[in-house]
Design a protein around this ligand. Structure first.
Ligand SMILES: Cc1cc2nc3c(=O)[nH]c(=O)nc-3n(C[C@H](O)[C@H](O)[C@H](O)COP(=O)(O)OP(=O)(O)OC[C@H]3O[C@@H](n4cnc5c(N)ncnc54)[C@H](O)[C@@H]3O)c2cc1C
Length: 430
């Protein structure tokens, strides 16, 4: 078949990693899919205030050396993988600092974690250096057109042999959107970016993941008396960040040898709903923070407070409790299934046919194959954010972008059996 087109929804680190490796493969004379990133804002937008997930001043949790080529162990081209890795080092974090004249200062300062804005600058630098194709548009629908995807965007339709979904979804979700005392993630960061001080007695943060952790890190600076973190976990776990845990993220070789139950256990302990050690240290030192276990079922405004109803499971018995707060920050927005609302009915039918079951997060997770795409589905649908369970905990995040690009670029595409005359891969039609 002619060169397949891979449309990536979102120009974040995953899109940049795949585009950079595809560009280097082509420079080596090796065939690679044509990568088109569809991005509503700009490259690395979710690491800047514009994306709604940060004020840009927060610091990256993982080390910046876990860059778009990490862990520099390509296995795509027989006998030329060392050459590919050497080429990828030209797009490393260090190469970026050297190009910007900041390398010596970064080393002398003790290799600090960059701010999210600094990280987005790095991503843009890589995207520019490799000439990544970015279509600045909102992806509005993913439909099926014969044997390809038709991604309808605000700037026309992209035909693609594969689609990769990235990003955490909606930062603007709020459990009580009309009430100014309930902030979405995006509203919280807008305030922080404007240096608006939050003054409140009792504050609740819903969610125990990386997003909530960043918000807590910021909230410490504001005038609040108590901060209650609400999450379903028994407690606020710390990500270990020991050699053994990091290895699990950088190198998923042994992951396949674990039972599903062992993998779920490892994921729960290391990734989902877990705070980084840095944030946890700050938490322990601050007596304003407490943890409340439960899932928020609903919220109402009553008696000058926001009342949250929590469902908890205690010893097998369901328990419902109500708690009042002056300010609630809904940090539960990240959703690996956010793309489901983009799927047309025919796209959904095709996916469910391949799954042999209704499309739920659980079923999709178990169907993610070695190439990070849904097994048995043509055209290809790559779901790295749902690949943790089957393929390794590092694929949804920044832990092994170089392995992610290998897996995605090694995918085999079914031959396009009916291609309309004059059609080109990646053609845009307005
Ligand atoms: C505050 C915060 C801090 C984090 N820190 C770390 C960390 O230190 N280490 C780590 O490993 N992980 C971290 N994560 C997890 C992080 O989300 C992932 O590791 C990683 O960013 C995901 O990269 P990505 O390429 O999937 O998507 P993103 O970088 O999230 O990019 C997605 C892009 O898609 C665009 N987009 C969304 N919808 C559409 C649409 N419909 N049409 C067009 N474009 C669209 C957005 O504008 C965005 O640019 C953090 C997450 C958050 C929220």
């Amino acid at each position: 078949m002619s060169t397949p087109t891979l449309a990536v929804i979102g120009a974040g680190p995953k899109a940049v990693a795949v585009a950079a490796k595809a560009a280097e493969l082509r420079a080596m004379g090796v065939a690679a899919p044509e990568v088109v990133a569809i991005e509503r804002a700009s490259v690395g937008a979710n690491w800047q205030p514009i994306g709604g997930w940060t004020d840009g001043a927060q610091r990256l949790g993982t080390s910046p050396e876990k860059d778009v080529g990490f862990p520099y162990r390509s296995s795509l081209v027989a006998r030329r993988n060392a050459e590919l890795d050497e080429r990828m080092t030209r797009h490393s974090w260090q190469a970026h600092l050297i190009a910007a004249g900041q390398f010596a200062e970064w080393v002398d300062r003790g290799r600090p974690a960059p701010t999210h804005t600094g990280w987005s600058r790095y991503l843009r630098w890589v995207a520019d250096t490799v000439g990544m194709t970015v279509l600045t548009a909102e992806a509005e629908q993913i439909a099926v057109d014969e044997h390809r995807w038709a991604v309808r965007t605000s700037a026309g339709t992209v035909s693609a042999d594969g689609v990769m979904i990235t990003g955490p979804g909606q930062a603007r979700r709020s459990i009580l959107p009309q009430d100014p005392r309930v902030l979405s993630i995006a509203q919280f960061w807008q305030r922080a970016a404007r240096h608006q001080l939050i003054v409140a007695e009792r504050v609740a943060v819903i969610g125990g993941g990386e997003t909530a952790a960043s918000m807590l890190n910021e909230l410490f600076r504001h005038r609040v008396s108590t901060i209650t973190v609400i999450s379903p976990q028994v407690t606020l776990f710390t990500r270990g960040e020991s050699f053994f845990e990091n290895t699990l993220f950088s190198d998923p070789t042994d992951w396949a040898g674990l039972t599903i139950a062992e993998r779920r256990d490892a994921l729960a302990r290391t990734d989902r709903g877990v705070f980084s050690a840095r944030v946890q240290d700050a938490l322990l030192a601050d007596d304003r923070i407490r943890h409340l276990r439960g899932r928020v079922a609903h919220a109402v405004a009553r008696d000058e407070r926001i009342r949250l109803t929590l469902n908890t499971n205690r010893g097998g018995a369901a328990l419902e409790t109500v708690h009042g707060f002056d300010l609630v920050i809904d940090g539960s927005g990240a959703d690996p299934m956010w793309f489901a609302s983009l799927l047309s009915q025919d796209a959904r039918d095709l996916i469910e046919l391949a799954l042999g079951a209704p499309m739920t997060a659980g079923v999709l997770q178990e169907a993610v194959g070695h190439d990070l795409a849904v097994t048995g589905l043509a055209p290809k649908l790559f779901l790295p954010n749902l690949s943790g369970l089957m393929q390794g905990p590092g694929f949804p995040n920044l832990s092994c972008l170089g392995l992610l690009s290998d897996r995605v670029l090694a995918a085999r595409y079914a031959p396009r059996s009916s291609t309309s005359p004059g059609e080109h891969a990646g053609r845009l039609s307005a």
